[in-house]
Design a protein around this ligand. Structure first.
Ligand code: ZN
Length: 147
């Protein structure tokens, strides 16, 4: 079995004010290619300096490009849990995040449809590509030192 080479490209970012504490929240997004083929768009959302806030990673996975539509893609939702040991990822049920990405994908995957399937291997490959390839993630991993 060969493992696909997954690469992250950086697209956009936005900032806002957290409604609960007034701190700055940030969302960044980009694209993920596997072996040269567009496979996913990712969004990472966190609150700066606030490790007690959820860090959401939304992966919109499926077919992209000409002739494709939202019906060809699904949302997979992941939480990042900061910790002094380096943090960890947890796939969560995607339904609570779907409204945010409804323009891009017609449905979301429940956790049970991801874990223990080939999709999980791809998801963790994407997470690696984001964490290694997107320097903006440094602000997320900085949360590990605040836990
Ligand atoms: Zn807050």
């Amino acid at each position: 079995m060969t493992s696909a080479k997954r690469v992250a490209s950086l697209w956009g970012e936005s900032s806002g004010t957290c409604s609960c504490c007034g701190r700055t929240s940030r969302t960044i997004w980009g694209g993920l290619h596997a072996d040269g083929l567009a496979r996913a768009t990712y969004f990472v959302q966190w609150t700066i300096g606030a490790p007690e806030h959820d860090v959401h990673i939304d992966l919109v996975v499926g077919a992209w490009g000409e002739g494709t539509s939202a019906a060809d893609r699904a949302l997979i939702a992941v939480l990042y849990r900061p910790s002094p040991e380096g943090g960890s990822f947890k796939v969560i049920d995607g339904s609570g995040r779907h409204a945010r990405q409804a323009k891009l994908c017609a449905r979301s995957l429940p956790r049970a449809e991801v874990l223990g399937t080939p999709i999980a291997e791809e998801v963790f490959g994407f997470l690696d590509a984001i964490w290694l390839g997107d320097p903006r993630i440094a602000e997320v991993t900085a949360l590990n030192n605040l836990v």
